[in-house]
Design a protein around this ligand. Structure first.
Ligand SMILES: [Ca+2]
Ligand SMILES: [Ca+2]
Ligand SMILES: [Ca+2]
Length: 427
């Protein structure tokens, strides 16, 4: 590898490295080891940015971050097991700690199934809610967990937080009753604020009890975030609650915190396509005073009908990259341009394709729905440009080998010993 690649950059005309077989082999092995070391270090470095990751794993050991699950309905032999009161130890840092706190009795519980974003399931279970119409106990409820070190007016830094969410359905899509939509938001309580306190809270989601009138019914409500200083609702999408139809979302939030008054910015990215932070978020609000003492799962109350919301895969970190779950090998569709369109067309009706290679909805099959999903989010504005780029897209395996080869060369270039070894007899 080394001799061939280095020889590709001869100092003169048709010169070639004249490495012995032993030197060539040694060069490859040592450079690859160095490269893999660098790769490992890079991964470790990236992982260090992750402050908290809770996929709601199921088990009997809270010290291992595990939750006790529940499956409705309640019977004599199947008592309700709430999320409220559970106190798992979740890492890698104790960003949130102490038990999940309920604002009154809550029907929030951990179910054994996970959400899957773009075909990538979170591990373990997830949080949903349940209401027992017979006992009228439990409600649906607000449950939140406190930050070990709250964000205050003096907190400075950039943080990211992400979670998977599905918001369910209503029984009657054409209802005019706000309570049918009910309350389905993730809540962020400010410094000094308790779980369930309405003062100063931010929210992401849908609800039928506040905000613009058209946002209180499911046929016109859109996913929003709002809070003190945002100037009303900030919409994350044009898709309505009914159109959303219980789809699984990834919501990434970015908090840029300053110790100066009205100088914080909160940005929200809906359903990211790539591990690279988009230049333009789905919505953002500036000149805020944002603090945080606790956050909820998806709070549910009112009298919601239909499928209940589900909350899963909570992450906190200091880099955007760490907020994105694995979404398969990188392919043309990760960038969402015209090359992705070609992937979708060439894989139409096939199953088992990766998100990056045509199954952009992640449901396991490439269909017209993938085309629509791509069309609504395409990143190229001039159809037709780059139409041949898909031809040269390497397969995942060769892409990985190319990456290692590139890193091997980079490593060799940085190490005098390897540079000497690899270039020893170059003309
Ligand atoms: Ca999960
Ligand atoms: Ca601040
Ligand atoms: Ca699909």
């Amino acid at each position: 590898m080394c001799n061939r690649l280095w020889a590709g950059r001869p100092r003169t005309g048709a010169s070639y490295c004249r490495l012995t077989a032993l030197q060539s082999a040694l060069c490859v092995v040592v450079a690859s080891v160095v490269a893999l070391g660098a790769l490992t270090a890079a991964v470790a470095s990236a992982a260090a940015d992750l402050l908290y990751y809770d996929p709601f794993n199921i088990g009997s050991n809270p010290v291992n971050g595990e939750y006790a699950p529940f499956t409705p309905p309640v019977t004599e032999t199947n008592p309700f097991v709430p999320l409220q009161g559970q106190n798992p130890t979740v890492g890698p840092t104790p960003f949130f700690s102490g038990p999940w706190i309920g604002s009154g009795p809550s029907g929030q519980f951990v179910q054994t199934s996970s959400l899957a974003y773009r075909g990538t399931p979170s591990s373990g279970g997830s949080v949903t809610t349940w209401f027992n119409p017979e006992s009228q106990t439990g409600g649906e409820g607000r449950v939140g967990r406190y930050l070990t070190d709250p964000w205050t007016s003096t907190t400075v830094g950039t943080y990211y937080l992400s979670y998977m969410a599905s918001y369910g359905t209503v029984a009657d899509p054409y209802t005019n009753i706000g309570a049918d939509l009910g309350f389905r938001t993730t809540e962020f309580w400010p410094e000094g604020g308790e779980v369930g306190n309405d003062v100063g809270r931010f929210e992401v989601g849908y609800q039928g009890f506040a905000g613009p009138t058209d946002q209180q019914v499911p046929r016109t409500a859109r996913l929003h975030f709002t809070g003190p200083g945002t100037g009303g609702y900030k919409y994350l999408t044009d898709t309505t609650f009914n159109e959303d139809n219980d789809d699984t979302h990834l919501i990434v939030m970015k908090f840029e915190l300053s110790d100066q008054p009205v100088s914080d910015t909160v940005s929200v990215f809906l359903d990211p396509y790539s591990v690279d932070e988009p230049v333009v978020p789905s919505a953002s609000a500036t000149n805020l005073d944002f603090t945080l003492s606790a956050m909820s799962t998806i709070t549910v109350f009112g009298d919601p009908t239909g499928i209940r919301p589900v909350f899963d895969d909570l992450r906190v970190g200091t880099s955007y990259h760490d907020m994105i779950p694995p979404i398969g090998p990188k392919g043309p569709c990760i960038d969402g341009g015209y090359a992705c369109y070609l992937e979708i067309i060439s894989h139409m009706n096939l199953t088992g394709e990766y998100v990056g290679f045509g199954d952009v909805t992640g449901d396991g099959q490439v269909t017209i729905a993938d085309y629509r999903y791509w069309k609504d989010r395409r990143t190229d504005l001039t159809p037709g440009t780059g139409s041949l780029s898909a031809v040269g897209v390497p397969e995942p395996t060769s892409w990985l080998l190319a990456l290692i080869a590139t890193m091997a060369l980079a490593a060799a270039a940085r190490h005098p010993f390897l540079r000497t070894l690899c270039l020893l007899e170059c003309a």
